[in-house]
Design a protein around this ligand. Sequence first.
Ligand code: PDD
Length: 276
Amino acid sequence: MSIVFLNGVFLAQEDALVSVMDRGFTFGDGIYEIIPFFSGEPLRFSQHISRLNDSLSAIQINSPYTEAEWKDIITEVINRNPVTTNLSLYIQITRGVGEREHIYDNDLKPTVFVMCKPIIDRDFSAGVSVITHEDIRWQYCHIKAISLLAGILLKKLASEKDGSFEAILIRGGIVTEGVASNVFVIKDKVVKTPAKDGSVLAGITRDLLLELMYKSGLECMETTVTEKALKKADEIWITSSTMGVVPVVKLDGEIVGNGKPGKVWEQANSLYETFK
Ligand code: PDD
């Protein structure tokens, strides 16, 4: 039985019910956040809460809790779900219950939902295959919106192409990010990742990895990455909170570099794993 938090109450997941008139259900009108816990400890908790607040403010919902209050709620959810594995903690906030009218009342009470689930321990050390696809999502990708239809279709498409793990998205010849990850492209030992404009999510793993690489003297840049550069890369990595730093060894069926996780990945991944 898993215990979740819904609108101020801790209860069994099967008893946690939301109205069909919740705007999250009718419009996908809400945002979410995922915080990883490794050996019981959150990784970059404050940064995740700060991104949650950014998403909320971008869609004009007042933040329902302070960082300290979030910490208490999350700790309680985790304590009530005793597991020994690493965890991903999911927070979802929708605009709340209201008529199905596009224009919303400012005084709706947001629906707040928190759950946790184990992070499946997958061994990515041999690398993964990915496809590329035109970025068909909306243009406010800095908001961690729950409306993920484009991403869902793209991930399914990727999985149906030789079981590819992720789709790397391209907008007008420029790499944005993966469906659920940020992208790093390495050429001649220089690491490049797209800058944080509205076309990518400000990945917490991305930022942490950049910080660690800058400190360790690895050459890295936040800059435009073209589709051409992606296709000529020596190494490609994708990052996210639940999977870490994952090397890509096949892109659209073509081998990346020598078909094995590269030397720069080994360094970067070890920086991340040591920090985590
Ligand atoms: N996704 N870009 C997108 C579009 C994402 O959905 C994610 C994470 C990332 C990586 O961000 P972070 O390093 O903060 O996890 C980048 C989560 C894991 C998901 O939706 O399942």
